[in-house]
Design a protein around this ligand. Structure first.
Ligand SMILES: [Zn+2]
Length: 165
């Protein structure tokens, strides 16, 4: 279990259409509206997890409620291996979503964890405190927990990637 290593603070007021705000699903004390509430609860507890099919063994990301491979609904939550490998990346300098526009420039990466694709997942995530030119495909990265503060007293949790030196 990991403690959040980094914190983002959101603006006090964000106007989003209700369908675009996944607040309820990301609030660990909120209702389980989607069936993947455990993903957010596990993040709040310091674990990046996803679903694995008990029937065919398929590991999937993002988490699902039905296996896309064999259509079984017998899925279990598994921890994503902490260290992965950088597969692709770019740097975002302009046009970031409103909630992270104050953090540009930052790197957006796709990393592979586990033995992709047979028994691993490919995940996109943000990277901070690292320059685009200091990264290369194949670099080792590790997921860390991101604490997102605001608006108000609410806390959300997400993940980001760090380069493993
Ligand atoms: Zn399956």
């Amino acid at each position: 279990m990991k403690k959040p290593k980094r914190k983002l603070t959101l603006p006090e007021k964000i106007d989003l259409p209700p369908l675009l705000d996944l607040w309820e699903q990301q609030d660990p004390s909120g209702p389980d509206a989607t069936g993947i509430y455990d993903f957010y609860r596990n993040l709040a507890e310091g674990e990046l997890t996803t679903t694995k099919c008990k029937s065919c063994g398929k590991l999937m990301f993002p988490p699902q409620i039905i296996c896309p491979n064999c259509y079984s609904d017998e899925l279990e939550w598994v921890r994503i291996p902490e260290e992965g490998e950088l597969y692709a990346f770019t740097e975002l300098r302009l046009g970031a979503p409103i909630i992270v526009e104050n953090y540009t420039p930052f790197v957006i990466a796709i990393a592979r964890f586990g033995n992709y694709p047979e028994n691993g997942v490919q995940i996109s995530g943000m990277m901070f405190d690292v320059k685009y030119e200091d990264l290369k495909i194949g670099d080792k990265v590790r997921w860390e927990i991101l604490e997102i503060e605001g608006p108000g007293e609410k806390k959300r949790y997400w993940y980001y990637f760090e380069k493993v030196e």
